[in-house]
Design a protein. Structure first.
Lengths: 322, 239
């Protein structure tokens, strides 16, 4: 406490302030340097993704802080069915209650787990919440007018993905993959201080990784020409795989991906369903946040698992409904 | 750090510059998030950041005051300050396949009323109708559109009038383009123009033969204008 704790923090803050002031001041001098249109386009997309996600991230960390500090410990674990295999689908369905960007769901899942919810159920919630909430379903209905089966298919595909990953985790997952918990427990003098401190922690951690993901998505958008897609539209399996990879690369908010999918007219509805189911579950933004919050070893395993389950669920549901 | 990001969010929420990146309705949540972060930052300064319980196993990535990855949050702030990225323009438009308008299988509603001799239409609506309206509602109608110039990659084709359209943020923006004919004045890329003219009719595309053509507009009036406050269109979506 006291001097030693305040010392380093103030140094960091002063350095930051200096950086900002220098940047603001040198704008006139360096404006010529940043004129390249590719850099400008990249910057626009990078900044857009970050800004769009920001309010949802704040909402998410407010909720995760509440889970950590304001909800009595153990209450959550008691609220879910005792048997983990039942808790998974319940947690998945509970995801429908959280409207918003997928960035909100990662810190919430981390705190849920910290507070006694089984890992599998927490992941089920994390995968389902961005994909089956009312806002996403409504935008899907608007983007595909006259095709309500797309909405149903998306709902089922994503629910199946979240439950599938949760159940597979029960069977095959190991807690050691998550390594040391990167979720810091912060205790304050009272509940509200804990709440504030947790929100701050979660925001700083998740926010940093969001920036990494946004940068990756912007790079992929600017440097990979989309005309590549036209080549694969004909082959069904290849199309599904490519759209799945595209969903991961583009990191589009789950509220908007329906419109992007609708515009990919050269692809079949089933292939586009793969895009819609994979996107909210896994993309570069999310992978970066998984790595930052749950560890790199975890992210390396979780990403292909989720991709596989999501693509398979989408193809299955697509075959049945579309 | 929280002060910086919070301040940025608040400023963005209150200024028009945000419209280059996201939609107008996000401004209030952005400003609100900014306020939350600023309040949190002030509370931390006043009351300290609490004692940390180290989890089992010792902790690498943290310095006093927050996780090291938090430094990354300064990057968007710096980019905004140094690069001040503009709304997407002709470079981005030329890199993407043109937008083809949602997946409408139904009929289009009636055209809006003409104002001053021409029907004002968003570029994206013009493109959608030109490509997919079975009843060819555009035939013979004089339209007025606002967009920016994108050079054509086909030699001898002149330029295209383009406008981006997105639902969520600039990352999901699609460029809608119209090939302009009948204007021999050389135009700069990214120049904003108000054009009036008529559609050159072509056969309508169908769901089984999707079109990546750009519809053609024969113009008779071209006026350079200042860019509008919101350079994107958002009309394809009900909200």
């Amino acid at each position: 406490m006291g001097a030693t704790q305040h010392g380093p923090r103030l140094v960091d803050a002063r350095l930051l302030l200096l950086l900002i002031v220098v940047a603001a001041g040198s704008r006139g001098l360096v404006s010529g340097l940043f004129d390249d249109p590719a850099l400008q386009t990249w910057s626009t997309i990078f900044v857009s993704i970050t800004i769009q996600a920001l309010p949802f991230l704040v909402l998410g960390v407010l909720l995760s802080g509440a889970v950590a500090a304001l909800v009595p410990p153990g209450w959550l674990a008691r609220a879910l069915p005792r048997r983990t295999t039942l808790a998974v689908p319940v947690a998945g369905l509970a995801g429908a209650a959280l409207p918003g960007c997928e960035c909100a769901s990662v810190p919430i899942a981390a705190r849920l787990r910290d507070r006694g919810v089984s890992t599998a159920a927490a992941f089920a919630f994390m995968l389902a919440a961005p994909a089956i909430n009312p806002v996403v379903l409504v935008t899907t209905a608007v983007a595909f007018p006259g095709r309500p089966q797309m909405v149903v298919a998306r709902f089922l595909g994503s629910l199946l993905t979240s439950v599938g990953v949760g159940l597979l985790w029960i069977r095959f997952g190991r807690e050691t993959w998550i390594g040391r918990s990167r979720v810091r427990t912060v205790e304050g003098e009272n509940r509200w201080q804990s709440f504030g401190a947790t929100v701050r922690e979660d925001f700083l951690q998740a926010g940093g990784w969001l920036v990494v993901g946004a940068a990756a998505a912007a790079s992929l958008q600017v440097f990979v020409p989309r005309s590549l897609l036209d080549l694969v539209a004909g082959n069904e399996l290849l199309a599904a795989g490519c759209l799945g990879l595209l969903a991961v690369a583009l990191a589009i908010c789950s509220e908007a991906d329906a419109f992007v999918a609708a515009s990919l007219r050269q692809f079949s509805l089933s292939a586009r369903l793969v895009f819609l189911v994979v996107g909210p579950a896994l993309d570069v933004k999310l992978i970066a946040m998984h790595a930052g919050i749950f560890g790199r070893r975890f992210a390396l395993r979780f990403a292909p698992l989720t991709f596989g389950v999501a693509a398979a669920s989408a193809l299955l549901v697509g075959r049945w409904l579309l | 750090m929280l002060l910086t990001v919070g301040g940025m969010a608040l400023w963005l929420g209150l200024s028009d510059a945000t419209l280059s990146y996201v939609r107008a309705w996000l401004r209030l949540p952005l400003a609100a998030s900014g306020v939350v972060l600023l309040v949190l930052a002030l509370a931390t300064l006043r009351w300290g950041s609490g004692k940390d319980e180290e989890p089992a196993g010792h902790d690498h990535g943290h310095v006093a005051g927050g996780p090291r990855s938090a430094w990354l949050l300064v990057v968007p702030v710096l980019v905004l300050l140094l690069v001040a990225p503009p709304a997407l323009g002709s470079y981005a438009a030329s890199r993407r396949a043109p937008g083809t308008g949602g997946d409408s299988t139904g009929d289009f509603p009636a055209l809006p009323e003409a104002v001053g001799g021409a029907v004002p239409l968003p570029v994206s609506e013009f493109v959608s109708r030109a490509l997919y309206d079975r009843r060819q509602s555009l035939a013979g109608v004089r339209v007025r559109m606002l967009g920016f110039v994108t050079p054509s990659d086909k030699p001898g084709e002149g330029y295209r009038l383009a406008r981006f359209n997105f639902f969520c943020c600039a990352a999901d923006a699609a460029a809608y383009e119209v090939a302009v004919r009948g204007d021999s004045t050389p135009r700069r890329a990214d120049q904003w123009l108000l054009v009036e003219g008529r559609w050159l009719p072509e056969p309508v595309a169908t769901a089984t033969a999707p079109s990546t053509r750009r519809p053609v507009l024969m113009v008779d009036s071209v006026t350079p204008v200042d860019p509008p406050a919101d350079r994107y269109e958002h009309n394809l979506y009900a909200f």
